[in-house]
Ligand binder design. Structure first.
Ligand SMILES: [Zn+2]
Ligand SMILES: [Zn+2]
Ligand SMILES: [Zn+2]
Length: 392
């Protein structure tokens, strides 16, 4: 669909595939019978996806309790005609956009020129994560905080949050710049001010807490499904917060059960909160059925986003720090937003660290090859440094 008007990819009789073109409906008037057969077979394949789309009424439901529509809940299946199929597909993409219109900030558009897939069935938009069973929600009454006036959070002003931010940074500096971007000397943990602090939303450490600032488009890509691209003329500057990862926070035990299912789907939406863990993570964020635009971020071996863990809003529970995505270079209009699912990528300005992690990588790979439970998927990132497969 382009600008909400359906287009069809046409192979012209007597012409090679290289001559295929996208055509609007009005140009297909001479192909009525072929067109009708195509639409009806498409409808049969996609009706299950198109029909049940709905936005659950609860503002923050537990995904595992969202009931799947039963056959009796579904509207009676109409006799498929090209017009009803087009209406259904247009409506499905509009509902997809409506789900993401709940995201505060500039519009998130949806585009699918490739096939007839709509929003994943039953997907719920979450601006912040929800807590699954067995996970204790941080009690902010027990959170540390500073009493600074707006604009005053700084080590030299005695701000406890900035002192903590510098202490947890291996470079011994506050990792935030004056405009809220992360500094080049920031390690993976960013300690932020929180809702109890006196500094207000303009604090340099709160860039990740003030919502999305960039217009995005969730777009269907050939061969790899949905992805997210920047959808505005102004580029995203380097070292800028783009999104937080949201979903349902679950115990690692529950994650292991779900992981088996996701492996069968050959995809994963599990993000281990393992920054603080010497061994296994205690919790995992599952964004399969709920989350924000980051649900659709694809893997790249040479990504334009780096992951930082956010502390300060988890009431001291370091196992519940929040994953966040920050640009590691300028990102231009139309560029896809990607991160490294394996966690190996290191921002260009910290490449010295990467030399160390390369040695670990080799060890990981050997271990991975011996681990029969790991499955590999071909990597579609197209980067020059592509590792050709992702294990999950
Ligand atoms: Zn402060
Ligand atoms: Zn503070
Ligand atoms: Zn502050």
């Amino acid at each position: 669909m382009r600008d909400k008007a359906p287009h069809f990819y046409v192979k012209w009789l007597g012409w090679p595939h290289s001559a295929n073109t996208w055509e609007p409906l009005e140009n297909l008037g001479n192909c009525a019978e072929i067109f009708r057969e195509f639409m009806i077979s498409s409808l049969a394949k996609n009706m299950a996806v198109v029909n049940p789309l709905s936005i659950p009424s609860s503002s923050s439901p537990t995904p595992s309790t969202i009931p799947s529509p039963t056959p009796s809940d579904r509207p009676a299946t109409p006799t498929p005609t090209p017009t009803t199929v087009i209406d259904s597909l247009t409506q499905a993409l509009q509902e997809f956009e409506d789900i993401f219109s709940q995201s505060p900030g500039p519009r998130i558009a949806v585009e699918n020129d490739i096939d007839h897939q709509a929003c994943p069935e039953g997907f719920t938009y979450l601006n912040t994560s929800i807590y699954g069973s067995g996970v204790q929600e941080p009690d902010m009454d027990f959170s540390s905080f500073c009493r600074c006036e707006p604009g005053q959070c700084a080590v030299e002003n005695g701000c406890d949050c900035m002192i903590e931010a510098a202490e947890v940074n291996e470079f011994d500096q506050v990792p935030f710049e004056k405009d809220g971007r992360v500094s080049e000397k920031a390690s993976r943990l960013l300690w932020e001010c929180n809702s109890r602090c006196g500094c207000g939303p303009s604090c340099i450490s709160k860039a990740s807490q003030n919502g999305r600032k960039f217009a995005l488009k969730i777009k269907r890509f050939p061969g790899k499904g949905w992805g997210v691209v920047l959808n505005q003329a102004d580029p995203i500057p380097p070292r800028t917060c783009v999104a937080r990862y949201t979903g349902e926070i679950i115990t690692i035990k529950d994650a292991e059960v779900r992981e088996r299912h996701y492996k069968d789907l050959r995809q994963t939406w599990l993000f281990d909160l393992d920054y603080n863990a010497e061994g296994e993570a205690v919790y995992t964020v599952d964004a399969y059925k709920c989350g924000n635009e980051s649900h659709f971020f694809n893997h790249s071996c040479d990504p334009n986003l780096s992951v930082y863990m956010l502390g300060g809003s988890s009431a001291g529970d370091l196992d519940l720090m929040i994953p966040s995505f920050w640009s590691n270079r300028e990102i231009r209009q139309g560029e896809e937003l990607t991160f490294d699912y394996t966690g190996r990528f290191v921002a260009p300005w910290l490449r010295r660290e990467e030399d160390d992690s390369d040695e670990e990588e080799e060890g990981d790979e050997e271990e991975g090859e011996e681990d029969a439970s790991k499955r590999k998927s071909s990597c579609m990132c197209g980067a020059a440094s592509c590792r050709k497969w992702i294990s999950f």
